[in-house]
Design a protein around this ligand. Sequence first.
Ligand code: SAH
Length: 220
Amino acid sequence: MNSESSLIPDQRRCRERMVREHLLARGVDDPRVVAAMSTVRRHLFVDEALQGQAYGPNALPIGCGQTISQPYVVGMMTMYLQVQSGHRVLEIGTGSAYQAAVLAEMGADVFSVERIRPLYRNAWRRLQALGYHRVRLKLDDGTMGWPEEAPFDRILVTAGGPEIPVPLLSQLTDQGVMLVPVGIGKRQQRLVRLRKDEGKVFKQELGNVSFVDLVGSHGW
Ligand code: SAH
């Protein structure tokens, strides 16, 4: 055991249990998603006081009134996104950066936007410390997307707004897929999956989810 791993408990057993109980048992069985979530040390994405709950079924507070999504939701969203290695993926709502790390583990080039400065700063520090040097972060209103880096093969919105942010759709490649929770009330959304195909947009509703609010120009 090297000095780093003896200082930072790996919690591998907790992760294996999380995968069994909150992913596989609930239908999140894509081997690439499972492998990524078995690898990313989720307990290092929450405050020390909450580390004991990091592999449990719930969303957890990360400060500034925001949350890290529960493992099942991260797994389900990642599975629906159908990410391939080398895809350029835009995430709106960096939060703890856990979702961004999972996407990076799957070989995606991740671009993630967060609007709250302390969360953005913590996310940046955490990703550097854990060696996710290729994830790019931006402090901004993510409902405007990231036009300088567009287009993206995949777009993932991890907060719920009243509508599908129009700028995001124009930053999606042809054959691109976007997942966005669209509000039926605050903190209650329908998860919508959009696919672009030769200029046409196909829309599919995937069920109810409960994300924190998407705010900003095309948010609440
Ligand atoms: N994906 C995160 C969880 C996201 S919580 C994780 O893995 O931990 C939702 C995040 O979206 C919050 O941090 C919130 O500040 C952010 N958010 C809300 N509206 C936003 C906007 N317009 N642009 C960027 N981030 C936004």
